[in-house]
Every structure is written in C-alpha cells, then in structure tokens.
Design a protein around this ligand. Structure first.
Ligand code: NAD
Length: 298
C-alpha cells in the first residue's frame, strides 16, 4: 500500500520508519527540512506539500502537534483534502480535541473520504519499538479497513466507538498521567529529602500500591530508570508543553459537560509554571525539578 505520512516529529518519524519496515511505500511531508532529509535517507519519497503527499496515496496519516496544525494540514489550499483521491481513508493520530476531528471528518466526508481519529499512547519509545496503543474513533467498517496499517506501528489497536471517541480516551488517559507524574515527583523528592535512597524507594513503590507508569517506566528521579528521560536530562520524551496542551483539552471538554476537574486544574498550573520557567520543551517528568531545585521552583 502507498501511504502519505505528514508530521515527522518525535513520534511521527519513528512511526513512519516502521511503515517502511512493514513494506509499505511512503511519501512524507513536514515543514522541517531536516526531518524530511532523514526520512528520505531511509527510503521515503519527499513531497513539497501535504497536498502533493496525499495525491498519490492509498492511505493518509497525520501526526501533528495541535488542532491548528491538523486543520492547516487538511484544509489549507496545499492541504490533504485538496489533493487526495476520493475514497482514500484519512487517519489523524495527533492528540487534539474531539470537536475538531468530528468537524474535519464532516469536511472529508463531503469529498468522499472517510476519516478516523487514532491518537496513541506509549511515548517515543513505543513509537520506535512499534508497540504503541492506538485509540481509534471510527465506524466499524472504517476501523476494520485501517486496522492492518496501524498494526504495523503498534501492538494494540483498540476501537473506542465512533469518530472522536479515540480523542476522548486519550484525553482521559493523559489527565491521569499528568496528575500521577506530579504525585510520583512529589513523593520521590520527599523520600530522598527524608533520607531514603531513590532506587530503594522506587523499588518499594513499584512493588506496592503506588505503582504506576510514571513510577515504574518513566520515573522522574534521575538514574532510577536508565531508559527514562530523567536519566538523560529530560530530553527526547513527551514535552511538558504537550502535556499542558492535553490538560487544556481535558479542561475544555469538562467545561462542556459541566464536570469539575479539581486535580486536573491544579496539574495544569504546575506544568504552566514549568513552561514559564523555560522548561516546556523538556520531558514532562522534569516537573520533579520544581521539588528538587528550590531556586528554580521559587
Ligand atoms: P513534535 O513537535 O515532535 O512533531 C510535530 C511535527 O509536525 C514537527 O516535525 C513539525 O515540523 C510538524 N508540523 C507542524 N505543522 C505542520 C504542518 N502544517 N504540516 C506538516 N508538518 C507540520 O510532536 P510529537 O511529539 O511528535 O507529537 C505529535 C502529536 O502526538 C501531538 O499531538 C502529541 O500530543 C502526541 N503525542 C506525543 C507523544 C510523545 O511522547 N511525544 C506521545 C503520545 C502522543
């Protein structure tokens, strides 16, 4: 199958590489020339626009930062919808709000293109290893059609319901993640300050009731998990600004149904402080620096 892949960042580039490994033909587009050059070296064809990438494709995937980028990539005059052939399925794997994907699916439908949301969890490690979880919002026939391609980039491809429900699942997962990372940071920093070794504490937590992904896979304390961003200066993971965006999506969605998010709102303020301190590009587990480095946290 020939696939157009648009958005080759921390997540998109390794996902696209896995599609090449799975034997698909690939045309890519990104605004960043360095990202394009890297995929070209791996065997992908480079397009000059999203429109050009989509024109020859049997399948289109986008992996972009936020809703504004997704709207631009599909609706601009050089966007996907201007070039894609009718009937070709469109899949957006970015994390955005459910309303935007539902509106885009209506626009795509007018041109005869079915569209699904398929946001992911598993981070950059999962993107590289091809072990992502895809949370898919699509009618059953479209889900069956796109599942084999997504399976080339992930271990779990889960149907969440109709268009937009993949984003609902993703937003709720990241609400838990954003809050739990702050909880783990708070406890790890406190434990070390009170005299316990960080590795011993993490070992206890990870065989006890405090265990969670933030503690056992992405522990924020440096040196506890060798492969975690904390052990490489909080680089190369899930940026705090992206977490801030996701908590904003949860807050907006909750406002729409008049549900309070007590801890979600607090977590949003904590990551906002991290972003204001100039650390928004760091992995969100760097939030522990608010506790470890009292000068920075002040
Ligand atoms: P990123 O910022 O690393 O990459 C985004 C890429 O999109 C960049 O290369 C940028 O140049 C490109 N881009 C922006 N606008 C474009 C346009 N109009 N046309 C073409 N290219 C464009 O972001 P990322 O970390 O890869 O995340 C992508 C999405 O996945 C986000 O919605 C994020 O919330 C979500 N996500 C990220 C992670 C993670 O661990 N990084 C995990 C799960 C989900």
């Amino acid at each position: 199958m020939h696939i157009a892949f648009i958005g080759l960042g921390n997540m998109g580039a390794p996902m696209a590489r896995n599609l090449l490994k799975a034997g698909h033909g690939l045309t890519v587009f990104d605004l960043n020339p360095a990202a394009l050059a890297s995929l070209r070296a791996d065997g992908a064809t480079v397009a000059q626009s999203a429109r050009e990438a989509a024109a020859t494709a049997d399948f289109v995937i986008t992996m972009l930062p936020a809703a504004a980028h997704v709207r631009a990539a599909y609706l601009d005059q050089d966007g996907v919808l201007a070039g894609v052939r009718p009937g070709v399925p469109l899949v957006d794997s970015s994390t955005i709000d459910p309303a935007t994907i539902r509106a885009l699916a209506v626009e795509a439908g007018k041109r005869g293109n079915p569209m699904a949301d398929a946001p992911v969890s598993g981070g950059t490690g999962g993107a590289q290893a091809g072990t992502l979880t895809f949370m898919v919002g699509a009618p059953p026939d479209l889900f069956e059609r796109i599942r084999p391609v997504l399976a080339g980039m992930g271990r779990n491809v889960v149907s969440c319901g109709d268009t937009g429900t993949g984003q609902v699942a993703k937003i709720c997962n990241n609400l838990i993640l954003g809050i739990s990372m702050i909880g783990v940071s708070e406890a790890m920093a406190l434990g070390v300050r009170l005299g316990i070794d960080a590795n011993v504490l993490a070992g206890i937590v990870n065989t006890s009731t405090g265990r969670c992904w933030a503690a056992d896979t992405c522990n924020p304390y440096p040196g506890v998990i060798e492969t975690a961003p904390a052990s490489r200066g909080y680089t190369g993971g899930f940026g705090a600004d992206l977490m801030l965006k996701d908590l904003g999506l949860a807050a907006d969605a909750a406002r729409g149904v008049r549900q309070p998010l007590f801890l979600g709102a607090l977590a949003q303020q904590v990551y906002q402080a991290m972003s204001q301190a100039g650390d928004g590009q760091l992995d969100f587990s760097g939030v522990i620096r608010r506790y470890l480095d009292t000068e920075r946290a002040a």
